[in-house]
Design a protein around this ligand. Structure first.
Ligand code: FAD
Length: 403
């Protein structure tokens, strides 16, 4: 029997596509999952808690969280955005909570609940799910497509929705049907630096402004940085790694960071130092700081890197030393020279070229009956639930294209 729709890949976008398609009236919807378990990334996501969306609901702000796909997502989010995703899960019986920073998690803090919700809704709706069914090959036949499954029979289907995430096989299948692929590169990673001056500060998290320059291209972000024993991580770094993903890859992950540790300008820093100096002239510079926000170990590390004498008193600080300190606090330079370990998340930037997709339906412009959703496309977001949101949205739009 020929199916109405076969979905390749049992991840977030595949399940959303399948459930929406069957509930919109398709009679036979099948998910073919290559591994032995569906929704594995949902299970491990968000440190086992699954940050499944974000409370950011203003579409013009929401799309700023997508280094790739920003333009195409405007139309998609106008149809199914964060609010709709939130309501969708709650209506399916999954209770959600919003954390202070806007990230949305299941109230139980367990990603297993998201997996249970999606699998039980899919099964109840009549979606057929086959695991250990890796699709090797796809070919166009008169009525639709023929899919060759590793070690198994082939499937015939009128429509195909490719939801293979960052896995290379999905890009290969798309290519075999004429699609072009934007070179995949990693996104959402930390930075390694061979500089030693901050070794004593590992573990410190601080709100900073960072300018990343990669081969003359500059990216600026503000937010929490985490100093690690090998370099830098934390939300602001992951965001920079996402927006700079292509440039960093092209430059072999070499770049220059300028960190403003205080998030104020040079004049404000100078003024604060001058006022502090007036009242604390007899105190040691090393042990007494005008900036309560700066942790003690970081203050000492910055002073040591300037070779400031540990016995220096505020009243004796020279103009040169003061200016060097201001520069260190406001625009200290650190060189990065490789990609560090991934943060909590990791996604692939790149994938099926967006030029070849009709974003009203998620259907290929090159091959009728072929659809795409999720990370297999050249769309990716920063951390905060934005990657899953794009999967729910594109899966939902694809699933609704058969009405
Ligand atoms: C550790 C980690 C934590 C994360 N945490 C978060 C988070 O908290 N919030 C967030 O928004 N994002 C998070 N992400 C990103 C998010 O997981 C992905 O963006 C999302 O899972 C992509 O969904 P998808 O449906 O496109 O693909 P996937 O979830 O990757 O699913 C694709 C599925 O297709 C299957 N497949 C591949 N090729 C074939 C084939 N040829 N035949 C059959 N099956 C195939 C794969 O086995 C897989 O099951 C995290 C990522 C990682 C790695």
């Amino acid at each position: 029997m020929i199916s109405d729709l076969v979905i390749i890949g049992g991840g977030a976008s595949g399940f959303m596509g399948a459930i929406t398609a069957i509930n919109s009236g398709l009679r036979s919807v099948v998910i073919l999952e290559g591994t032995s378990k569906v929704l594995e990334k949902v299970r491990i996501s968000g440190g086992g808690r699954c940050n499944l969306t974000n409370s950011c609901c203003e579409i013009s702000n929401l799309v700023n969280n997508y280094p790739r796909g920003e333009k195409q997502l405007i139309g998609l989010f106008n149809r199914f955005s964060t609010t709709q995703a939130f309501d969708w899960f709650e209506k399916k019986g999954l209770s959600l909570k919003i954390e202070k920073d806007g990230r949305v998690f299941p109230s139980s803090d367990s990603s297993e609940e998201v997996v249970k919700c999606l699998t039980s809704v899919a099964k109840r709706s009549g979606v057929k799910i086959f695991t250990n069914s890796h699709v090797k090959q796809i070919s166009k036949i008169n009525e639709g497509f023929n899919l060759l499954v590793k070690g198994k029979n082939s499937y015939e289907t009128k429509n195909v929705l490719i939801c293979t995430g960052g896995h290379p096989s999905g890009r290969r299948l798309a290519k075999s049907l004429g699609h072009s692929i934007v070179k995949p590169v990693p996104s959402l990673f930390s930075f390694s630096s061979s500089e030693n001056s901050l070794r004593t500060c590992s573990g410190i998290t601080l709100n900073v402004q960072i300018k990343l320059t990669v081969n003359k291209k500059r990216f600026t972000e503000t937010g929490p940085v985490l100093i690690t024993h090998k370099g830098f991580s934390g939300p602001v770094i992951l965001r920079l790694s996402a927006f700079g993903a292509r440039n960093l890859n092209a430059n072999k992950y070499n770049g220059e960071l300028r960190i403003n540790w205080l998030c104020i300008n040079e004049d404000e820093a100078r003024l604060k130092i001058d006022l502090y100096k007036l009242e604390n002239g007899k105190k040691l510079v090393f042990n007494n700081k005008p900036f309560p926000k700066i942790p003690r170990s970081l203050w000492k590390a910055l002073l040591s890197s300037l070779n400031i004498d540990t016995k220096l008193k505020w009243s004796d600080i020279s103009k040169f030393e003061k200016e060097s300190l201001v520069k260190s606090l406001i625009m200290k330079k650190y060189l990065i020279n490789s990609r560090g370990p991934f943060g909590e998340e990791f996604v692939t930037a790149g994938g099926v070229s967006l030029k070849e997709i009709n974003f009203k339906t998620m259907e290929s412009k090159l091959c009728k009956g072929l659809f795409f959703a999720g990370e297999v496309l050249d769309i990716d977001g920063v951390t905060g639930g934005f990657n899953f949101q794009h999967c729910w949205t594109s899966g939902w739009v694809a699933g609704n294209s058969f009405v």
